[in-house]
Ligand binder design. Structure first.
Ligand SMILES: NC(=O)c1ccc[n+]([C@@H]2O[C@H](COP(=O)([O-])OP(=O)(O)OC[C@H]3O[C@@H](n4cnc5c(N)ncnc54)[C@H](O)[C@@H]3O)[C@@H](O)[C@H]2O)c1
Length: 262
């Protein structure tokens, strides 16, 4: 076993499914004790499941108390829980949908960062010079606007700048807590279940695969690898950064086949 994170304690929100479940598995493989905090039960993985709603401030307090009581420290928080919400434009999105998506995707990350800083200040690696790493899962939708999912895009854009603000604040305070965001392109997870039900998994996935210059959507483990890098000391000089893992999707226009190519 690779023991890079031996002795460290991590919380992964949304750890029961998709990118979160793959991250729980990879951080555990790297030697961390991992708490999978999710609304739905995490079954069968290596993490310890704790029921959690990221939108509930009191639940964050209970989660931190639980982790500090049982594990004695907090080194890594991956703010991964998220919902896609329904597609909707500025004209078709009602305020209830807007608020729900902001509550989970944006406010949940804000509460997570507040909670993690409190825990890491007391207990993180290098104690007494405590510290840690916060990884916020945004999206390429937080880098480039879309006209069809305004609530989601706005929530993920908020995560991008919230991350940078937290990074600067922690640096200023000399907390040794780093904070970075990850911006995935399409990742094959249950977040697409509703879409697959509407258009069929095969044609839907083929459509999304083709939109990535690399030729396919990602597997959750490919994002977990990026999150592990940002969570671990390997990225010790990286804070306030946005890490794009999108198979080239936001790189620029790609002509297929390239004009003039042999
Ligand atoms: N899959 C993609 O293509 C993709 C692309 C870009 C960004 N993302 C982001 O990655 C993150 C993980 O997405 P995924 O694709 O693995 O989705 P997923 O649906 O497989 O997993 C999301 C998990 O979050 C949990 N969750 C939802 N609301 C919660 C809440 N209020 N409190 C606690 N847990 C909650 C769900 O129960 C679920 O287990 C999300 O933030 C998503 O926006 C995904």
């Amino acid at each position: 076993m690779n023991a890079e994170l031996e002795g460290q304690v991590a919380i992964v929100t949304g750890g029961a499914s998709g990118i979160g479940a793959a991250t729980v598995a990879l951080l555990a493989e790297a030697g961390a004790r991992v708490v999978a905090a999710d609304l739905q039960e995490a079954r069968g993985g290596p993490g310890r499941f704790v029921p959690h709603d990221v939108t509930d401030e009191a639940a964050w307090r209970r989660l931190l108390d639980d982790v500090l009581d049982r594990e004695g420290r907090l080194d890594i928080l991956v703010n991964n829980a998220g919902i896609s919400g329904r597609m909707g434009s500025i004209e078709s999105t009602d305020v209830a949908l807007w608020q729900k998506v902001q509550a989970v995707n944006s406010e949940g990350v804000f509460l997570g960062c507040q909670t993690a800083i409190e825990g890491m200040k007391k207990t993180g690696p290098g104690k007494p010079a405590a510290g840690g790493s916060i990884v916020n899962v945004s999206s390429i939708a937080g880098l480039q606007a879309g006209n069809g999912a305004i609530a989601y895009s706005a929530s993920k854009g908020a995560v991008r700048l919230l991350t940078k603000s937290v990074a600067l604040y922690c640096a200023e305070k000399k907390y040794a807590i780093r904070c970075n965001s990850v911006h995935p392109g399409g990742v094959d997870t249950p977040i697409f279940d509703n879409l697959w039900q509407m258009v069929g998994r095969e044609p839907g996935k083929a459509f999304l695969d083709a939109r990535h210059p690399i030729g396919h959507m990602a597997e959750p483990r490919e994002l977990a690898e990026v999150i592990l890098f940002l969570a671990s000391g390997r990225s010790s000089f990286v804070t306030g950064a946005e890490f794009v893992a999108d198979g080239g999707m936001t790189t620029g226009l790609m002509r297929r086949p390239p004009l003039g190519a042999s």
